[in-house]
Ligand binder design. Structure first.
Ligand code: HEM
Length: 128
């Protein structure tokens, strides 16, 4: 994929991806529907806001700073210390859907990314 056609670029680059990550955690912090999801997150969220921004940048085809700093994502393994139930996955997707639709102007792209994230999130479930 050429640099100009990555989702990272199409979304609007660093500023937009950072806005998406921050909006995701703002919703998690503020919306009562996500209170259980918020509760399993180590506080304060400053560190995870930055790490998730770096991960999203990598996932969207942007800079690979996440990989340079933390190595291969191994996302499922990194989530094993936490109890991830279908209910928590639903809360995660709720926050991400709201953040995506707030941040990304291109609805077709937003929906395509949400579909891919939904598959990824299903894969994080480690407790029924
Ligand atoms: C399915 C429901 C999910 C739950 C309940 C969940 C929960 C968590 C929690 C509690 C942490 C630890 C936060 C911290 O260390 O401060 C974490 C880290 C993280 N999550 Fe999730 N997560 C979910 C799905 C996802 C998905 C779908 C992605 C990717 C798109 C993702 C990406 C990450 C990343 C990149 C980290 C940081 C890993 C690291 O320390 O390098 N998570 N998640």
């Amino acid at each position: 994929m050429g640099e100009q056609t990555t989702p990272y670029h199409l979304i609007g680059g660093e500023d937009k991806v950072r806005a998406l990550a921050n909006c995701f955690y703002d919703i998690m912090e503020q919306d009562p529907y996500a209170s259980e999801l918020l509760a399993i997150h180590p506080q304060p969220l400053d560190r995870i806001r930055e790490v998730f921004f770096l991960y999203l940048s990598l996932w969207l085809g942007g800079p690979d700073t996440y990989q340079q700093q933390f190595g291969h994502p191994r996302l499922r393994a990194r989530h094993l210390p936490f109890t991830v139930t279908p209910e928590l996955k639903a809360q995660w997707m709720y926050c991400m859907r709201k953040a995506m639709l707030t941040t990304v102007d291109d609805m077709t792209l937003a929906n395509r990314l949400l579909e891919a994230l939904n598959t990824l999130a299903d894969h994080m479930i480690n407790t029924q």
